[in-house]
Design a protein around this ligand. Sequence first.
Ligand code: AQP
Length: 333
Amino acid sequence: MEENKKVIFSGIKPSGDLTLGNYLGAIKNWVKLQDDYECYFSVMNLHAITVRQEPKDLRRRTLEILAIYIASGIDPEKNTLFIQSHVPAHSEASWLLTCNTYMGELSRMTQYKDKSKNMGDSSIGAGLFNYPILMAADILLYNTDLVPVGTDQKQHLEIARDIAERFNRLYSQTFTIPDAYIPPAGAKIMDLQDSSKKMSKSEENPNGYILIMDPPEVIKKKISRAVTDSLGVVNYSDDQPGVKNLINILSAITNLSPEEIVKKYEGKGYAEFKSDVAEAIINELEPVQNKIQELMENKSYLEEIYRKGAEKANYVSMKTLRKMQKKIGLIPR
Ligand code: AQP
């Protein structure tokens, strides 16, 4: 029965073109969860504007992400797919939670520290600082049980739990306390040029990432240039982070374990290994790319999906928002 299913909420922000990290760390896992959970998958455009975006790129990417979700196998009939800004409760709940969150806990967020590292105080947007509160609102509005995220987002989920627990303590039971769901494969795909940082869509060096929409020859080139080491042995070891990352990518695509992959490439060099990794990525992405293109040519279909999604999301989130307003002491309309 639908009502008994646990609730999942997740999303991706259109702050750049999506990478293989987003695909393997998020979307590919969502596809596997959709039968067993009631899922809300959103395009997080309000999160994207914490960093300045070119308006026309933001519009294109917002629709493209929706197309990517569907092309990757997320069924719009079974799941609620929507655009975050179409559901005003997110912004409003975010303000109510902002008034129950502390500067100290926000300043401890690694992503904020990383992103603001090279900026002066007068150029760090307040949105970047407050981002985890909006994320808490996104999750809590839907009585979410589980949030599938890569390990990079675990800290933000923890602060969402803290905020929810505090609100429940102050104003009585209101929110379900969400748990992180860290996928077994693809949890953290690293940058191809610098394996100490995660593959990221706003990275400046395009050789560091593979985009979901990269054509086959670009994928081949980027994988062949991926930084490895001089040992020449395909090993799954922290001493060989570049190779380890490529093994993780191959493992997330093929479902082979890292040990099985190491065994398969015993006595073989990096050239053959890299060429197989590139081929696996191309075979995985090609059908998805074709479907995305098809969907992007059918804007009225995408519109139908996001309208229907917003209707459901608005209905559910408004119920929670009203509860929050009442408990805080705001007079309901
Ligand atoms: N490299 C990654 N490996 C595994 N999972 C990843 N995710 C992102 N990068 C990797 C997962 O994708 C989901 C959505 O991410 P997001 O776009 O909302 O935010 P992000 O994590 O900040 O992604 P980026 O690509 O690094 O964006 P920018 O560069 O704009 O900040 C999350 O579930 C995340 O775990």
